[in-house]
Write a protein that binds this ligand. Structure first.
Ligand code: NAP
Length: 488
């Protein structure tokens, strides 16, 4: 274990996880906390208190963690001694969030005077009652922090309701609305690339940039989340949060400082400048899709309607592609194409910034297509590449696109932490920059809601696309119409 320096004087930490036996806790939160512990990024006196409704004692909970979480730690990072040390931090309190007396049990288990972080890894419908009961049990003090998982609400009204309810007990500076895309190294690097260098900024605007594409493609289907997913859909699950946050990082003006509010003010301006889509725009500029039977990862898989717990006549979209505009000087007439879907050809998240081609074709052998692209790959690998035109060796002036690869892996030998680990450390250290502020969240819903309502008015079935493909043909037509193409 590496030793920490600035955490030595920190308050003892009580990390209290609601939904401590859930999928997120097992796959992401506990492995991330293990990694933080391994690298000395937790305060010396840390306790992780998981809660859930199972009648478990501590030993049974530790066995559950052994069986369900340990395998999500990469073997290169695993060692028995650290794991045993990590398990020593863990405790379990049986708690039903509807039962006030259970919060007294929790209060008795908490360290007096500790820095309390409440991680709400449950359905957002439970956030209001959890916060109210935490406060009633005297667990919320000025040092306390609360982490809220997405999706925060179902629409603007429900988001406001949750924000109001949480805000009764926690100040905005105590609330960490998590969007794990903001924890990705490459996304944070994009800010450095844009604002830590001067060469890009003069180009980073219309008409030098001709379009921006943001894709978050998942290879998996809805799996065991079908019940939740069918009432949510890709727009609420992915676009309203992850894709809009990525769009903000691409489009924001340089902040005046790196303070959380300075950064979030600029992101908010982007969200508020997003052009609202009217019904005719929705019909023309958005594409909903739903996967049907196909081949994914060399295996035949069924369509969305064949998934367990999905109604046979469901019109829920598992794919969205749309064209958005940001009505500012910088982005005037630059289309932002957003695309996300399940059961797509492969897992791939990337941002592609396309620059305008040279205004005059000097070289007769210039190949078609876009000469310059900045490609920021987020998944499965993180990478930043700048595509430029170069001359092929030999006589004549044959040209070809080559990639200037910012090889961050080789440039920096340091380990690259996973997004949840980085964000959890931010919470522990009180760094809010990479978390969404209330007004940002509400501005995102204010843009997304009319689109969802428009779809409901249009009442069309989503376009079918084969599992294992890049989505319906209409999504390709959306870009082709403007002379662009998706970069896979
Ligand atoms: P999950 O597996 O269904 O876990 C939810 C947890 O909530 C369960 O452990 C359950 O605990 C607990 N719970 C439900 N009712 C409760 C009650 N009355 N009292 C106490 N605990 C109660 O869900 P999840 O996948 O972990 O997701 C948790 C949250 O994270 C959701 O908001 C989800 O949208 C969000 N999220 C999840 C993922 C992911 O990859 N899983 C990714 C992004 C965001 P018991 O049944 O043990 O009581």
């Amino acid at each position: 274990m590496t030793s920490s320096t600035d955490l030595d004087n920190a308050l003892p930490l009580d990390m209290i996880i609601f939904g401590g036996m859930g999928d997120l806790a097992m796959r992401k939160l506990l492995p991330a906390l293990y990694m933080a512990y391994l690298h000395g990024n937790l305060p010396p006196q840390t306790r992780i208190i998981s809660t859930g409704r199972q009648e478990f004692d501590r030993d049974a909970y530790l066995r559950f963690v052994e069986d369900n979480s340990r395998s999500f730690i990469a073997s290169a990072n695993f060692n028995d001694k650290t794991w045993d040390g990590f398990l020593q931090l863990l405790g379990y309190v049986r708690l039903d969030v509807q039962a006030a007396p259970d919060f007294t049990t929790l209060a008795n288990a908490a360290h007096p005077g500790a820095q309390r972080v409440f991680y709400l890894s449950t359905s957002p419908s439970l956030f209001t009652t959890i916060c109210a009961k935490l406060a009633a049990a005297g667990l919320v003090d000025a040092n306390a922090r609360v982490v809220l998982e997405k999706p925060l609400g179902h629409d603007l009204d429900s988001a406001i309701e949750i924000n109001e309810a949480v805000g009764k007990h926690f100040a905005e500076s105590q609330i960490y609305r998590i969007d794990h895309y903001l924890g990705k190294e490459t996304v944070q690097n994009l800010m450095v690339l844009r604002f830590g260098n001067s060469i890009l900024e003069p180009l980073w605007r219309a008409p030098n940039i001709s379009s921006v594409q943001i894709t978050v493609a998942e290879e998996v289907g809805v799996g065991s989340r079908a019940g939740f997913y069918d009432s949510t859909g890709a727009m609420r699950d992915m676009v309203q949060n992850h894709l809009l946050q990525l769009l903000c990082i691409v489009a924001m003006e340089p902040p005046t400082s790196l303070s959380p509010d300075a950064v979030r003010d600029e992101k908010l301006k982007v969200l508020r400048s997003l052009r609202r889509l009217k019904l005719a725009d929705i019909a023309r500029d958005t594409v909903r899709g739903q996967y049907v039977h196909g081949v994914s990862g060399n295996q035949e898989v069924g369509g969305y309607l064949e998934e367990k717990n999905v109604p046979a006549d469901s019109k829920t979209e598992t794919f969205v592609a749309l064209r958005a505009h940001i009505d500012t000087w910088r982005w005037s007439k630059v289309p932002f194409y957003l695309r996300t879907g399940k059961r797509m050809a492969r897992r791939s998240s990337k941002i592609v910034v396309e620059f305008a081609n040279p205004p005059f074709p000097l070289f007769p052998d210039m190949p078609g297509g876009v000469a310059n692209r900045l490609v920021i790959e987020l998944q499965p690998e993180e990478a930043i590449k700048l595509q430029i035109m170069a001359k092929q060796p030999g006589s004549g002036m044959q040209m070809q696109q080559v990639a200037l690869n910012l090889d961050l892996q080789s440039a920096f030998q340091q380990r690259r932490a996973e997004a949840y680990e980085r964000l959890l450390i931010d919470v522990v250290r009180g760094r809010l920059t990479h978390f969404m502020r209330r007004d940002e969240l509400e501005a995102a819903w204010a843009w997304a809601d009319p689109i969802i309502e428009g779809w409901s008015t249009l009442d069309e079935k989503p376009h079918p696309y084969a599992a294992g493909s890049w989505g319906p043909a209409e999504a390709f037509a959306l870009l082709a119409r403007d002379g662009f193409a998706w970069v896979e």
